[in-house]
Design a protein around this ligand. Structure first.
Ligand code: ADP
Ligand code: MG
Length: 461
């Protein structure tokens, strides 16, 4: 029997003893530590002389009998030794092992909880505080997010993070979620994109069966939580009933003392047709802005990326990439990933030469509605003026939908502004976007068109 087997064996025997012996002697049973088992003789040590004497005198017969049954050995017997020092030492050892086992168990449980919570709360594992590079541009937003993560619903509720696309709003918001789950695996964190919230609400309110029950389910889903993370609130646009529902979600959570975190690409004041009620609520807490990072921070971000990929990169190469991508961290990362892929494929490190060769910077210019319309119309051979007009010709309608789709995907602008630019209602833009989105995976023709137009727009190569 090795040490572990011996301890297990003793646990089993002890359990039996506790079952058969009177309660008054249980403390003595618990004082026994196993020291060995050899040829049927089970040796245990106690630090209390009374325990040895009493058990020997009044219970040894019963204890031996039980041991014989367990071991199926007629010669089995228990030998109780009194040795204060030895007992103390052994007790400590056992406690140490127990503690280790418990820690291991807790760790395993925590990891299990963590991955469950992380997947059920919709969080991206990459978006943690540890991976967020702090610079002059984001230090205020970062410390506000950290304060919220450490003390939810105390100071800054709601926390409203705003800034242009690709500057780390989603990352920072989700970092709060990860932090919370890690430190309190039982906390219920929910991350939701505003689009998903809207679709969920619409589909629930349209279901033909019990409206009240559906709404109750919907409410529970968004309010039976500790922290809600609502991403890209600018997309709430002018959907009145959804805004009413959002207000209800907000108030319920707020009144229950739960934390609300919101992101947006602009301040509440500039979100078209946002109800005053929501506007004021969004401004109740703290509003923090993310602006593009300065060069040092951009280089630091690239350094981290290189480190995480385990790829060697020349400082000059990182500097070159950072200098040329200064408005959007997503694009900065994209440029790096492209260079990294080439470096990996050709099994070389990232050098300035390679970066220059791959990126040939001039980075892609910002995509405008106008350029999307022109290139798409040309590609599909329709007149660009018809796109803004009222033509119901199938070819024009298809081109229009594709343009709405591309505008939304490539510029991240609201349907409201896309619709407005093309003289259409925002619902028309939204519908068009949805049509293409639903068909794109099934239609080779459509996905080719999207790829080629993107290439022409120079957003991909
Ligand atoms: P937004 O939600 O503002 O459009 P994201 O949070 O999606 O932007 O960020 C875009 C990408 O840039 C993500 O991959 C994110 O991890 C990365 N990123 C942004 N800011 C930082 C930062 N300060 N440190 C590290 N990565 C960042
Ligand atoms: Mg985002």
């Amino acid at each position: 029997m090795d040490n572990i087997e011996l301890k297990r064996f003793w646990e089993k025997v002890k359990e039996e003893y506790v079952g058969i012996l009177p309660e008054s002697v249980h403390p003595w049973i618990y004082s026994l530590e196993v020291s060995g088992y050899d040829k049927g003789v089970l040796t245990v040590v106690t630090g209390q002389a009374m325990a040895r004497d009493w058990l020997r005198k009044y219970h040894s017969e019963q204890m031996n009998k039980t041991l014989k049954t367990i071991t199926k050995n007629e010669a089995a017997c228990i030998h109780i030794i009194y040795d204060e020092n030895e007992a103390r030492k052994m007790k400590k050892e056992v406690e140490k092992i127990h503690k280790k086992e418990l820690e291991l168990q807790q760790k395993e449980q925590a990891i299990e909880n963590l991955s469950y919570m992380q997947s059920s709360s919709n969080l991206n594992l990459k978006y943690k505080f540890e991976n967020f590079v702090v610079g002059e541009n984001n230090k205020f937003a970062h410390s506000a997010a950290l304060a919220v993560a450490k003390n939810p619903a105390q100071k800054y509720n709601p926390l409203f993070i705003y800034g242009k696309a690709g500057l780390g709003k989603t990352h920072l918001m989700q970092a709060i979620g990860h932090y919370t789950i890690f430190n309190n695996p039982k906390a219920k964190v929910k991350y939701t994109k505003t689009d998903d919230y809207i679709n969920d609400f619409i589909s629930n309110s349209r279901k033909s069966n019990d409206y009240v029950e559906n709404m109750a389910k919907f409410n529970k889903k968004y309010t039976n939580i500790d922290i809600i993370l609502i991403d890209d609130i600018q997309f709430i646009e002018s959907k009145e009933r959804t805004m009413e529902r959002m207000q209800h979600t907000f108030d319920t959570l707020y009144n229950k003392g739960k934390q609300i975190v919101i992101t947006s690409d602009r301040i509440p004041e500039e979100i078209p047709k946002l109800t005053d009620a929501l506007k004021t609520r969004f401004e109740w807490g703290l509003m923090v802005e993310l602006i593009p990072p300065e060069i040092e921070t951009r280089i630091k971000i690239l350094k981290n990326l290189a480190q995480n990929c385990g790829i060697e990169a020349e400082q000059a190469a990182l500097k070159y990439i950072a200098e040329n991508y200064d408005k959007n961290v997503r694009e900065l990362e994209g440029a790096f990933t492209k260079v990294c892929a080439f470096a990996e494929m050709s099994e070389q490190k990232i050098t300035l030469n390679l970066a220059q060769q791959i990126l040939k910077c001039k980075p892609a210019e910002a995509v405008s509605f106008d350029s999307v319309a022109k290139i798409t119309a040309e590609y599909l051979n329709v007149d660009v003026d018809d796109i803004k007009g009222t033509s119901r010709n199938q070819k024009v309608v298809k081109a229009r939908q594709l343009i709405f789709y591309l505008c939304r995907e490539l510029t991240n602008q609201s349907f409201e502004s896309i619709g407005e630019y093309f003289n259409k209602k925002h619902t028309t833009a939204m519908y068009g976007h949805e049509q293409v989105k639903n068909k794109i995976n099934a239609s080779q023709e459509l996905s080719n068109a999207v790829r080629e137009i993107k290439q022409a727009l120079k957003v991909i190569r």
